[in-house]
Design a protein around this ligand. Structure first.
Ligand SMILES: [Zn+2]
Length: 479
């Protein structure tokens, strides 16, 4: 099952097929649809089998809990989990001092050290609880933009809980459900042939789910995707935000429509106001964001009011200053999370590498689950000025650039930025000058800006779009 995953709905059915990739690629298209559906039966059971209904009803029952209820529930769950980590998880048993183990057994999270990705990468099985007698956990891999992927190990019970929380919250709040037809853009190689003339999706008849290929989406193939939406009466879209944004742009350009869509739930990449506007215009329905990780150490989803609520029953989320103290509302800091739902391989104070801020305002929807105001970006996506200033959200330079279809910022050196753009036919010299001016305005006039028109911007191995890439060595970036 060696592959990458980005949220379980994206890829679970296809994940198991990693082993069978070679066979799958040789099958005719009709047989690939069949193979997807056959694995669909297996995965349907893994995800929605025994325990799923109970988990769903548990999540629904907590929907309107007040702050005190959440606090009490979370503190109890946290104490149990940290106790088990101290006593039954080899990694923590080895690393934590006696004082830290005592703090863990008392549920005092902030006295415990932060957890980096490297030890998990190096020895994922040392994070498994030994008192549970787990055999053959399901294995998922995070895509990880650099280095070896992290193996995330799961029981079927946890997998079902992770689906239940999505049904109750992200889908439920958006007014849709996993029981109605949906389409998914993910990192899976759905269509093995890069030169394929289509179809660019495979259909899982068990879940009535169309798996779209993110790798074949272009202006001249967009109509095939829209035809699939119509043919299978798709009601909602989920997966990579940038893929849905691009499809939406092409639909608007070509006058394509897909009636019957009720919601778009994006699971990856940040949705900018511009992207949201384009998607809502093309699809004729609201866009909801989901923010989670494949480890499910954190789960947040947008409510009817469009605010991103953290699920306290999935994990304990902290946003920290560089000195380790908690940020105030509105203050951007590093996101650190501790698993509660995923208890068999618990991660304690795991550094996600994201920057975000809390929202101090209560949400008009009335739910007491804490709200993340904004996920600002990845720490690794920061652009550094010659003066050492660190800038996030740098891809903001593409706002109101109507002749740029897609853009990517690559920092090659402290004083050199390459801007790759996929131009529309109207793109011209004044657009180039504008991009150069915008970059220099943010960094310094001393920065060399190379604007490079390209036919397409390559995705990561997981099919993800990266808006900003920094090639600065570790020793050059200041932290
Ligand atoms: Zn809300």
């Amino acid at each position: 099952m060696a592959t990458t995953a980005d949220g379980f709905d994206d890829t679970t059915t296809l994940i198991v097929m990693g082993t069978f990739d070679a066979l799958y690629q040789r099958l005719p298209v009709w047989a690939q649809h069949g193979a997807v559906s056959a694995f669909g039966v297996y995965w349907y059971w893994q995800r929605f089998g025994t325990g799923y209904r109970q988990a769903l009803s548990d999540y629904l029952s907590r929907d309107r809990w007040q702050h005190e209820q959440w606090q009490q529930w979370q503190q109890t769950a946290l104490r149990q989990m940290l106790s088990a980590a101290a006593d039954h998880v080899p990694f923590y048993r080895d690393i934590w001092t006696d004082a830290q183990k005592q703090a863990a057994r008392a549920g005092r999270l902030t006295e415990l050290p932060l957890l980096e990705k490297d030890p998990i990468r190096a020895r994922p099985y040392d994070f498994l609880r030994q008192d549970l007698g787990l055999r053959n956990p399901l294995t998922f891999y995070t895509s990880g933009s650099t280095g070896t992927p992290i193996a995330s190990l799961w029981t079927a019970t946890e997998l079902r809980a992770s689906m239940a929380v999505r049904e109750a919250r992200s889908a439920g709040w958006a007014g849709v459900s996993f029981t109605v037809p949906r389409a998914t853009f993910s990192g899976r190689m759905v269509e093995p042939d890069p030169l394929s003339q289509g179809p660019f999706y495979r259909f899982n008849y068990v879940e009535r789910q169309a798996y779209f290929s993110a790798f074949h989406l272009r202006a001249d193939t967009a109509h095939c995707y829209v035809a699939a939406l119509r043919k299978h009466r798709i009601q909602w879209l989920t997966g990579y935000a940038v893929s849905y944004y691009l499809l939406a742009k092409f639909m608007l350009e070509k006058g394509l429509t897909a009636p019957g869509l009720k919601a778009v739930i994006t699971t990856s990449e940040k949705v900018t106001p511009d992207m949201r506007q384009v998607m809502e215009a093309a699809y004729g329905c609201p866009v909801f964001e989901e923010y989670s990780t494949v480890e499910n150490v954190l789960f947040a989803s947008a409510c009817e009011a469009g605010r991103l609520h953290v699920s306290p029953d999935i994990g304990v989320v902290e946003i920290l200053r560089p000195d380790g103290s908690p940020c105030d509302a509105g203050e951007v800091g590093e996101v650190v999370a501790t698993s509660l739902m995923h208890y068999s391989q618990p991660f304690v104070r795991f550094r996600l590498g994201d920057l975000a801020a809390w929202d101090g305002e209560p949400c008009p929807c009335g739910r007491a689950m804490p709200v993340i105001k904004e996920v600002v970006g990845r720490i690794e996506d920061v652009v550094t000025g010659p003066d050492g200033r660190q800038l996030v959200r740098f891809h903001g330079i593409f706002v109101n650039q109507p002749h740029v279809r897609e853009g990517q910022i690559i920092q090659e050196a402290l004083t050199r930025i390459r801007v790759k753009i996929v131009p529309t036919p109207e793109f011209n010299e004044s657009d180039v000058a504008d991009i150069v001016a915008r970059v220099q305005q943010r960094l310094s006039a001393a920065v060399e800006v190379i604007v490079e028109p390209v036919n397409d911007i390559p995705r990561t191995k997981a099919g993800k779009f990266k808006a900003v890439i920094s090639l600065l060595g570790q020793n050059q970036t200041t932290k």
